[in-house]
Design a protein around this ligand. Structure first.
Ligand code: 6CS
Ligand code: FE
Length: 299
């Protein structure tokens, strides 16, 4: 199979008539970049489980500075009225702000920070660019979660991402507890691609970013994966970070506690995995949800 074939052949068919479980045919940790901040055992854990945690990535002072940046963005009427801001379906509270690495210089610098950029390059084995960035606020009392899903299933179907060669970092800016919507994740389930039934509606992203209804695994398949792999939860102090593979099966519950669970997410994609035409949607999603600027990210 030539490189060109690799990017256009659909090895992960989805959004058809049925929902099946397919084996992953991509590495999780890619060869090609031998140096970086990740230790051998961290890469081994990431390969086996599909994720690993870096405690204390940001210092308390850095957490404070990024939290103040979040509050500044929240107060900025232009940001609130921007199409890149998604509000909660049940209230008018901000749920997410997308392309936040472009909107905020401080978060743009975080994406280029060697503690972040160099680890992404190590995992993906190449130069990388930012496919998507967002802040998920998960406010107290009314923050709603995200049902079980694989990000890659959406990025493949709707953004045209050919291979599982993207990785997300979720940086906690508030303490992530089991009870305030901490992200749940199935260790090892990243080696299975869950093909989902159901055609992608036109402009699906306008509703899916509030509540995903298409590209959602069946309860049968979630049950199978949960019984095989179990469920772990990312909890940790503000400043800690979760690195997780694009195909991890993950989700989060609602937050009815007084404690917000606000995280910064940055998704890195390999420059050798550039988006092509969507594999299961009539037209690609907008750039602020799926960047088509594949320029390698530099410090
Ligand atoms: O559609 C997406 O790109 C987004 N949806 C979810 C539920 N997680 C990843 C990403 O932010
Ligand atoms: Fe997700």
């Amino acid at each position: 199979m030539t490189l060109a074939d690799l990017s256009t052949t659909d090895r992960y068919p989805t959004r058809g008539s049925d929902s099946t479980l397919l084996d992953r045919t991509d590495p999780t940790v890619w060869s090609g970049v031998s140096t970086g901040p990740a230790a051998r055992d961290e890469l081994a854990a990431h390969d086996a489980k599909g994720f690993h945690v870096v405690e204390g990535l940001l210092s308390p002072a850095e957490v404070q500075a990024h939290w103040q940046e979040l509050e500044r963005l929240m107060r900025d009427e232009r940001v609130r009225n921007d199409e890149r801001t998604v509000v909660e379906r049940s209230s008018n509270e901000v749920r997410s702000i997308f392309e936040v690495h472009e909107i905020s210089e401080r978060i743009g610098a975080l994406a280029r920070d060697p503690r972040v950029l160099d680890r992404a390059r190590q995992i993906l084995g190449s130069d990388v660019y930012v496919h998507q960035s967002r802040i998920n606020f998960m406010p107290g009392y009314r923050g709603t979660g995200f049902y079980w899903h694989s990000d890659f299933e959406t990025w493949h179907a709707e953004d045209g991402m050919p291979a599982m060669r993207a990785v997300s970092i979720s940086i906690a800016l508030t303490d992530n507890y089991p009870f305030n919507g901490g992200l749940m994740i199935m260790p090892g389930a990243h080696r299975t691609f869950v093909s989902c039934a159901g055609e992608t509606p036109e402009d699906n992203y306008k509703s899916s970013l509030k509540q995903q209804k298409v590209g959602v695994p069946t309860e049968d398949n979630i049950t199978k994966l949960a019984y095989e792999h179990g469920i772990e939860q990312f909890t940790g102090q503000a400043g800690s970070a979760l690195w997780f593979d694009s195909n991890c099966m993950h989700g989060s519950g609602n937050n009815i506690t007084p404690y917000p669970r606000s995280n910064i997410f940055i998704v890195f994609n390999s420059v050798d995995n550039a988006l092509v035409e969507p594999f299961a949607a009539k037209s690609p999603r907008p750039n602020y949800v799926a960047s088509r600027d594949f320029t390698p990210l530099r410090r």
